[in-house]
Design a protein around this ligand. Structure first.
Ligand code: HEM
Length: 502
């Protein structure tokens, strides 16, 4: 009896306190949650699907209490635009702090997660000057051309070897595509292909980057309940520390190598060498940590997203042979009829190829929830009060499949929908690179790499599905959205390769 009475009193007390101290703010709708954990129990991988399902009941803007953090989730194009552009662009240009990048991202100082302010602005300025400016993109054209050719040679040799042995020419694409994208950025940033090509397994670097994106997903409880970190039940901290120390060793190796070889031709014009020059005049700001952080972001942000997108694009094409034929015909008309290989300068003419890439990014955005944003101060958006420090999660994956704005079979792979400029016109409707001031600065580079690599693969090889079974399109987990099952395809070199030295 006593126990029952005390229990009823405690419950009554909590209910009364909750009523008295209930928020007077007009927050976005929220499901019923538990004390302390709030709605953490609702989060499941893949996060974009889980949050889209919640939005079906709660509406396009809803809020979640994730432990001690409040998050607002946005699933409509118009609300995404309202949150990330005009006067709200600055308010939401901040990022929440992340346990992973505190440990493995030099205390959250790297550009992807750095708080909005002078340090972040400076990093973006360096990225633009060193990698993304028109001049730098022109200077690095030779690197990208070389690496596309090298990818073609590797695939050509693998296909020829399989055919000569009478075996079936099956190819697992992911390691080849990862090698290609990583080499492109490595050469731009560090002046060489893989670090220690002879003695470090290139696969190890790929695995480190993959693990970074897997751990950076939104499911780590310690990001929302700091006490969780004390016990490390799930060994997350242990994994993050091991990852951080391996990444740091790899990055320090690149910096030291550039430092030791600054006079040599291949290291003269790299991003690291330029940063080492700045280090001489401002050693307190351009520390090795800042340089390593920039290299880490360039390598990981570029290699993972571009590889993921190329693999999805190939998977879509194998499941839609009619689209594959149409791209090949376009490439024949623009490039092959001149008896040469595709060049970057052809990418602007190959409009259907570009529509295939846009349609891939629409259905399979490499970063489906963008990178979380955070509000720097209290504000009112879409009629709701949003307190300072709120996480903003934009569900780009759901928005890009929303039947209200993508009315023509939104779940179907139809590159033709991008034939008209009008399909991209509504800003928040197509946002695979984000929008606003934290949007991806690598978009231009990504688009030319995607277009020239995918175009070259289609021009130079005939691709088919294995045993004509539909390619499994399940989505993997993490901050990025890789294919859950790596793509294996049948591949045969096209006759055009016999007549070309490449
Ligand atoms: C940020 C997508 C390629 C560098 C982002 C964001 C997305 C994205 C969605 C977050 C935007 C937001 O939070 O609002 C992609 C996709 C790519 C790609 C889909 C290719 C298919 C690249 C490349 C680079 C790059 C090639 C560099 C070489 C960055 C950086 C940021 C970023 C530095 C952080 C921006 C900041 O926080 O200020 N990217 N990206 N990305 N991306 Fe990309």
């Amino acid at each position: 009896m006593f126990n029952f009475l005390s229990f009823a009193l405690v419950v009554g007390f909590i209910a009364a306190a909750a009523y008295l101290f209930r928020s007077k703010l007009n927050l976005p709708p929220s499901p019923i949650g538990f004390p302390v954990i709030g709605h953490l129990h609702l989060l499941k991988d893949p996060m974009h699907r889980c949050l889209r399902d919640l939005s079906l009941n709660l509406g396009p803007v809803f809020s979640l209490k994730l432990g001690s953090c409040r998050a607002v989730v946005v699933t409509s194009a118009s609300a995404a635009e309202e949150f990330l552009t005009h006067e709200n662009d600055v308010v939401f240009a901040n990022r929440p702090t992340s346990t992973l990048f505190k440990i493995a991202g030099y205390n959250n100082t790297i550009v992807t997660v750095a708080p909005y302010g002078d340090h972040w602005r400076n990093l973006r300025r360096i990225c633009n000057a060193e990698i993304f400016s028109t001049v730098r993109l022109r200077e690095s054209l030779g690197i990208r051309r070389d690496e596309v050719r090298s990818l073609l040679r590797t695939i050509h040799a693998a296909a020829a070897a399989a055919t000569s042995k009478g075996g079936s020419n099956l190819l697992e694409l992911r390691p080849l595509l990862y090698g290609f994208t990583l080499n492109v950025v490595m050469r731009m940033v560090a002046g060489k292909r893989y670090y220690g090509e002879e003695n470090v397994d290139a696969k190890e670097v790929q695995e480190l980057i993959r693990e970074t994106f897997e751990l950076a997903g939104l499911t780590y409880v310690g990001d929302f309940l700091p006490i969780w970190k004390l016990f490390d039940f799930d060994r997350y901290i242990k994994r993050a520390k091991k990852l951080g120390s391996k990444l740091d060793k790899f990055l320090q190796g690149l910096v030291d190598e550039n430092r030791a070889n600054r006079g040599k031709n291949e290291f003269k014009n790299t991003m690291i060498t330029h940063l080492l020059t700045l280090q001489e005049s401002q050693p307190d700001y351009y520390t090795d940590e800042i340089i390593k952080g920039l290299v880490l972001v360039m390598l990981s942000a570029a290699a993972e997203t571009t590889t993921v997108t190329l693999e999805w694009a190939m998977a879509n094409l194998l499941n839609h042979p009619d689209v594959l034929v149409k791209v090949k015909t376009e490439l024949n008309n623009v490039v092959s009829k001149e008896g040469r290989l595709m060049e970057e300068s052809d990418t602007s003419t190959c409009t259907y190829l570009n529509s295939v890439i846009s349609e891939t990014l629409r259905l399979y955005p490499a970063v489906p929830m963008l990178v979380p944003h955070a509000s720097s101060h209290n504000c009112k958006v879409a009629g709701f009060d949003i307190p300072r420090g709120t996480w903003l999660l934009i569900n780009a994956w759901a928005i890009q499949r929303d039947p209200k704005v993508w009315w023509d079979e939104p779940e179907a792979f139809k590159p033709e929908r991008f034939d008209s400029k009008e399909s991209k016109m509504q800003h928040g409707k197509f946002l695979p690179f984000g929008i606003g001031r934290r949007a991806c600065p690598g978009m231009g580079l990504a688009q030319i790499v995607l277009s020239s690599a995918l175009g070259s693969l289609i021009q130079c090889f005939d691709w088919e599905r294995v045993e004509d079974i539909a390619v499994d399109m399940s989505e993997g987990k993490g901050l990025t959205m890789p294919k859950a099952v790596p793509l294996v395809a049948k591949c045969k070199s096209s006759p055009i390769l016999d007549n070309l030295v490449f």
